[in-house]
Design a protein around this ligand. Structure first.
Ligand code: NAD
Length: 285
């Protein structure tokens, strides 16, 4: 039976640490860290994610402002909102909740966010820094996964790390971070031939496909570490991309869904907000 990688409890440790850091920063600078989240439209999943982020900020002592805008907003109007937040010195972090409606170009809007307020690490400058091996603001989900691996002393150096999924949000930055830790990295995606055979060579298997329970024990090498990023709602139950029941019999370590990667994403968002704050408020002194 695999050992469970408990992202939930690690995330609570990190959130407690962030709370203590926030208190000290306010005491030192007289300025409270502030995250602004832009929510376009009324997608229920996005609303619930934003609510979770708001609550986490409040508990950590970080101000959180949700800028709610109509789904029919024009791109010009949305860019103006981003500009205003870019120029607002009381705001340290800006997050555009994805997805946004199809008539808007998400890449354009993200590119507009100041790179030093880019808590998601999605702007071209932050992507380039990560790809070149000098990460500054790193996407929260892959960052959280590295934190889990380190917490449980799972070696990355020299290990074969297979990442299933090549999204900008998870797969690609995950691969960059694992490479930076000296893993030997393979990226698989929807056009990969014989995914099962590829996955089975992994010492560390990160699954970020958005295909509920697709990866079962036949994809997993005995003793491998399995990180399940997937979040899907099936029959009103949240499930991952890994079929946990069979996978845990083969894997050495495994993240549950829920309670694995998800809570770490929010914890790393809080940390990234402080990274922005420090570079904007502290380094300017
Ligand atoms: P995405 O749809 O942008 O990308 C999915 C990737 O999976 C693509 O690169 C695609 O090539 C690959 N893929 C799809 N089907 C495949 C197949 N049959 N075989 C091999 N590869 C395949 O999704 P995303 O934004 O990267 O998210 C992936 C999953 O992770 C989703 O379930 C999402 O909800 C979840 N997610 C969770 C968190 C978290 O905090 N836990 C954060 C972000 C995303």
């Amino acid at each position: 039976m695999a050992q469970l990688l408990d992202g939930k409890s690690l995330s609570l440790e990190i959130r407690e640490d962030v709370k203590n850091r926030v208190e000290k920063l306010i005491h030192k600078n007289g300025i409270t860290p502030h995250l602004a989240v832009i929510l376009v439209g009324d997608n229920p999943a996005s609303q619930s994610y934003v609510k979770g982020k708001e609550t986490a900020c409040r508990k950590a002592g970080i101000i959180s402002t949700v800028v709610k805008v109509d789904a029919l907003i024009s791109e010009v109007e949305l860019l103006k909102i981003v500009d205003d937040l870019n120029n607002d010195t009381s705001v340290h972090g800006i997050l555009l909740q994805l997805p946004i409606p199809k008539h808007l170009n998400a890449e354009n809007v993200i590119e507009h966010i100041r790179s030093d307020k880019d808590v998601d690490g999605f702007t071209p400058k932050n992507v380039a820094l990560l790809t070149n091996g000098f990460p500054h603001l790193v996407p929260c989900t892959p960052l959280g996964i590295i934190r889990i691996l380190k917490k449980y002393h799972i070696p990355i150096e020299g290990q074969h790390c297979v990442v299933i999924g090549r999204s900008q949000i998870v797969g690609k930055p995950m691969a960059s971070l694992l490479l930076r830790e000296n893993g030997t990295v393979t990226i698989c995606h929807s056009r990969t031939k014989d995914l099962q055979a590829m996955a089975k060579t992994a010492d560390i298997l990160v699954v970020a496909m958005g295909k509920p329970k697709m990866v079962n024990s036949s994809y997993i090498k005995t003793g491998a570490t399995v990180i399940d990023v997937g979040i899907s709602r099936v029959d009103d139950v949240i499930v991952g991309d890994v079929e946990f029941e069979s996978a845990e019999k083969v894997a050495g370590f495994i993240t549950p869904v829920p309670g694995g990667v998800g809570p770490m994403t929010i914890a790393c968002l809080l940390e990234n907000t402080l990274t922005c704050y420090e570079s904007l408020v502290e380094n300017k002194r």
